[in-house]
Design a protein around this ligand. Structure first.
Ligand code: CP3
Length: 348
């Protein structure tokens, strides 16, 4: 007797088969809004210790699955592990976000390693293997990396910035040095994503959180082209690899991003215009999104209405229900429960 492996609704949507009830997960679903995350985080010590201790990283990856029975788990790590593997000094200071030594001149860029030390990332692969072993086979496991543009904004500025001015300025002033950062992140991200697939990831997501600050020409050069090279590099080794793009804030440039990069799905932010998404994006690939994380904090009737809007806008096509960006730490857990219940009650 043969047993077919159980179907993963999440992967079905990415493979072209709309599901009557859209699969659901949340960006940044493992995090500070959960008391059980805060408990493990305190035991781990530093944020990078949490990322690089497989037992802890696997545990926090599974916490939101146990609570909400989401259709996908995302491996707990961070986009800045690539600069870390490249020898950058990456620090997470309490309440302040990431800090790196700024790579803001061609001379400094000259000191950047070409090949990352992947032994430093082995704990992420081990955490993936651990999660894979215990995860319900109906639930998909997502691996990820930052898109080169977004990773470079932190490498150049040495920290998060409101408008990514240091990286934008460097790309205009020293395009060759800036391209060297981008190319290095592209090549190492391909290796990193392939390692995650080998360790058990079913799907990959490329986070380009700061894509929306670029003028169209720069968007093409620093967001679309590097993402396309990552997609091609991964598929050269794993031809059927499933990949989700997230060029946050791309707006009217989104259809061109989808066409050029060859991603299987795009995550869309809450400001996306529904008819443009339906006609020019969802007609080609699956869409993921796009509830405003603030309405999830507000809750109540405003939350119900916003959920219904997402479903009315996109559930007739291929949809993975998600937020338009990561969940915020002050979000009440009861509101997440309200969201999951309402989405799963959808009659589609
Ligand atoms: O649950 C998941 O989605 C998986 C884990 C995940 C984290 N970061 C954990 C994290 C993912 C997918 C990321 C991606 C990430 N990291 C992005 C792109 C997506 C996005 O949200 O825009 C970016 C820009 C980063 C860089 C980063 N990491 C910043 C700017 C910060 C500080 C801001 C903050 O939210 O605290 C981090 C830290 C970080 N990464 C935390 C978590 C849970 C909080 C750290 C803590 O517990 O103190």
């Amino acid at each position: 007797m043969t047993h077919l492996p159980p179907v993963k609704p999440f992967l079905e949507v990415l493979s072209g088969r709309r599901q009557p009830i859209p699969p659901i997960w949340m960006m940044r679903q493992a995090g500070r809004y959960l008391p059980e995350y805060r408990e493990v985080r305190a035991r781990a010590g530093g944020f990078l210790d949490l990322c690089f201790t497989p037992e802890f990283a696997a545990e926090v990856t599974l916490q939101p699955i146990r609570r909400f029975n989401f259709d996908a788990a995302i491996i707990f790590s961070d986009i800045l592990v690539i600069p870390y593997a490249l020898g950058c000094d990456v620090r997470f200071e309490a309440g302040e976000g990431p800090r790196l030594d700024p790579l803001d001149t061609p001379d400094k860029v000259g000191t950047l390693a070409t090949n990352g030390d992947f032994t430093k990332l082995e704990p992420v692969f081990e955490a993936l293997r651990r999660v894979r072993r215990v995860l319900d086979p109906k639930i998909a496991l997502i691996g990820f990396c930052g898109a080169p543009w977004t990773v470079a904004t932190y490498m150049v500025a040495g920290q998060g910035t409101p408008d990514q001015a240091p990286a934008r300025m460097m790309a205009y002033r020293y395009p060759e040095a800036f391209a060297r950062i981008i190319d290095t992140v592209v090549e190492n991200s391909i290796q990193y994503l392939l390692g995650q697939l080998k360790a058990g990831a079913d799907v990959l997501q490329i986070f380009d959180t700061w894509a929306g600050v670029l003028p169209p020409r720069e968007f093409q050069r620093w967001s679309v082209e590097p993402t396309k090279r990552i997609v091609e590099g991964v598929r050269k080794q794993v031809p059927n690899a499933k990949i989700i793009g997230f060029p946050r804030g791309a707006g009217a440039l989104l259809p061109a991003f989808v066409e050029a990069t060859g991603v299987d799905a795009v995550s869309i932010d809450w400001a996306s215009e529904p008819s443009l998404i339906r006609n020019k994006v969802q007609s080609h690939v699956a869409v993921q999104g796009n509830l405003d994380p603030l309405v999830l904090i507000a809750g109540g009737a405003a939350l119900d209405r916003a959920i219904d809007d997402v479903l009315a806008n996109f559930a007739a096509g291929r949809l993975i229900f998600n937020l338009g960006h990561g969940i915020q730490p002050e979000t009440p857990i009861a509101h997440v429960e309200q969201m999951v219940k309402r989405v799963r009650a959808h009659k589609g």
